[in-house]
Design a protein around this ligand. Structure first.
Ligand SMILES: CC(C)(COP(=O)(O)OP(=O)(O)OC[C@H]1O[C@@H](n2cnc3c(N)ncnc32)[C@H](O)[C@@H]1OP(=O)(O)O)[C@@H](O)C(=O)NCCC(=O)NCCS
Length: 202
């Protein structure tokens, strides 16, 4: 499997996740948003011609007041640049095989690049109710408790992963990889639940 930017001639029509709205976005709008309007970039995980999943990202900012209180003390009081993880879905046939986790690591890499070249304080996602635990596994924390939610129309939970944590996790992984090579161990245990090999970083 590899992750690359969407191409205009990719056949997206066969893609099916568990979420009709995400599928519709991918089939109908991901291409025009990227190639005509330049609103964001969609990356796809592919095996040959088969699309296993996609993630769409775009630059965004968050207001300092929206961040967890302990973060507010560390940051200046103006809009904070972040990478927005706008959409993420994995084809039903490839779910629970690690594709979603690989996408999060990939997005962290892009965020790090943006931090080093333009400025970026972290990654932000509006997590659907069924995906909150997934993001939490990778170190994302909710901005705040969302009040007034109803079961009928559950709202997404804004969550974020600060750049500090992304860089610390990468340092821990590099160290772990060095130890692995030294000891011949096959296990890489990083912080924030980064338990799989970071093959996209190699
Ligand atoms: C949520 C989604 C992107 C996860 O992708 P995936 O490729 O199935 O996930 P992975 O196989 O990489 O799972 C990585 C880990 O997260 C866990 N996980 C996956 N989906 C989860 C979920 N919905 N809730 C809690 N944990 C989840 C896995 O058990 C795995 O844990 P492990 O490392 O301890 O084994 C995918 O299920 C999906 O496309 N869902 C429908 C669309 C959606 O909800 N998108 C999110 C929009 S905000």
């Amino acid at each position: 499997m590899r992750i690359r930017a969407l191409r205009p001639d990719d056949d997206r029509s066969a893609f099916r996740s568990d979420d009709d709205a995400l599928d519709r976005f991918f089939h109908r709008y991901a291409g025009q948003n990227q190639f005509r309007h330049y609103l964001g970039v969609t990356y796809v995980a592919v095996e040959g011609d088969r699309i296993l999943g996609f993630v769409t990202i775009a630059p965004r900012h968050v207001e300092i007041e929206d961040l967890p209180v302990k973060e507010q003390k560390k940051l200046p009081h103006y809009p904070i640049p972040v990478v927005g993880l706008a959409r993420l879905a994995v084809d039903q046939s490839a779910q629970s095989t690690g594709v979603g986790g690989q996408f999060l690591r990939f997005v962290n890499l892009l965020a790090e690049k943006m931090a080093d070249e333009l400025g970026c304080a972290g990654v932000v996602v509006d997590a659907k109710p069924g995906a909150v635990e997934f993001y939490a596994k990778y170190g994302f924390t909710p901005f705040e408790l969302v009040e007034g939610q109803s079961d009928a129309r559950p709202r997404p939970t804004p969550m974020w992963l600060p750049m500090r944590a992304i860089k610390a996790s990468r340092d821990a992984l590099s160290e772990s990889r060095l130890r692995r090579v030294a000891k011949g161990s096959v296990e890489a245990v990083g912080k924030l639940g980064y338990r799989r090999q970071l093959d996209i970083l190699e």
